[in-house]
Design a protein around this ligand. Structure first.
Ligand code: UFG
Length: 324
């Protein structure tokens, strides 16, 4: 039987490389399209074709897509929340224009299906917990705004054209492939777990915990940490859903479970056997106290469930990279 062909745009990045790995394991023929601006060559797989290209290069996108694909996975984006507030032009150009280019090239070349990396950042300050797909969207940073606008663009295209999409709203992506096959660590990590890991390895002396006076059990912020391999398996399920049924959806990807900053630090101490030096610092602007997903829709539409539910096991997969 002929393999289904998938073009993974942004496939050399942290989440993209895990998606490529999962697709290859599930017998898809994969091509990665990435400009390697944040993606890394060490994240590429020999079994996947690689094209170095930029999403702002429409001709190259169209030429690549004219080879014919059953689906596109679009993960290419700028994703630093703080930077998006300082330099919205960069985010408008890369995230908005880049996405328009991808979707227009799909339509011109007759590719009907796309799985898009969206984010819990579209919700802004949540009004109730856990957050479902009906929760109002109201981003409070420019990064989240770009993700929401791209969702809306896909919705319009799906109504006007033979265009089918699944937007996956990631909550907090963490961990690495348990077999150690993906080695590319982010260069200037801004997220909690990579920062705690830098303290564990001695690369950083101590870290700051932003706020200890939130209305949460231990006063620190609670997030829904989802293992990147679980995110990846949801992309495989989303492509299958699109190929079989073709319905468009927006779907939250989380674990239904919240973990506080202090609980993350304690879990890292347990897993690594090292003491994590930290100090409390003022709240970080724009941080909701609690952000946890309900993944009932993902279970129903994608027949998907996260395999990783234990935070220590999730952290172990990140620690494996340091000790191997
Ligand atoms: N935190 C610290 N110290 C640090 C870094 C983070 O205390 O040095 C705290 C944050 O204040 C927050 C929690 O750890 O309470 C998690 O922070 P991250 O930066 O790891 O993640 P966020 O929840 O802020 O951001 C994530 C994604 C974004 C997305 C956002 C909204 O990384 O892409 O969720 O859904 F936009």
């Amino acid at each position: 039987m002929q393999k289904n062909k998938v073009l993974v745009i942004g496939g050399a990045g942290y989440i993209g490389s895990h998606v490529v790995r999962a697709l290859l394991k599930n017998d898809f023929a994969v091509t990665v399209y990435d400009n390697l601006s944040t993606g890394q060559e060490c994240n590429l797989f020999a079994d996947a074709q690689f094209i170095r290209g930029d999403i702002l290069d429409f001709q190259m996108l169209r030429q690549t897509m004219s080879e014919g694909y059953d689906a596109v996975v679009h993960l290419a984006a700028k994703k630093a929340v703080g930077e998006s507030m300082d330099n919205p032009q960069k985010y408008a150009l890369n995230n908005l224009n880049g996405s328009v280019n991808i979707f227009n090239a799909m339509i011109e070349t007759g590719i009907k299906n796309v799985v898009f990396s969206s984010s819990a950042a579209v919700f802004g300050m949540p009004q109730y917990m856990p957050v479902d797909e009906q929760h109002p969207v109201c981003p409070i940073n420019f990064y989240g705004y770009t993700k929401l606008k791209i969702e809306e663009l896909m919705d319009w295209y799906s109504r006007l054209k033979d265009f089918h999409y699944i937007a996956l709203r990631y909550f907090n992506a963490v961990g690495y492939a348990a077999d150690g096959s993906i080695k590319g660590r982010e260069k200037n990590p801004q997220n909690l777990l990579p920062i705690v890991m830098e303290v564990a390895t001695g690369k950083r002396q101590k870290m700051q915990v932003f706020g200890n006076d939130y209305d949460t059990p231990d006063g620190t912020c609670v997030r829904d940490y989802i293992h990147v391999e679980d995110l990846a398996s949801a992309h495989v399920a989303a492509i299958r859903q699109l190929l079989q049924k073709g319905d468009s959806h927006v779907i939250n990807l989380g674990t239904n479970k919240g973990t506080s900053v202090l609980e993350i630090i304690e879990a890292v101490e347990r897993v690594t056997g090292r003491k994590i030096a930290y100090e409390f610092a003022p709240r970080r602007a724009g941080d909701p106290a609690i952000l946890v997903a309900t993944n009932q829709k993902a279970q129903k539409v994608l027949n998907w469930q996260p395999d990783y539910v234990n935070i220590d096991e999730i952290i172990q997969t990140t620690w494996n990279l340091e000790v191997k």
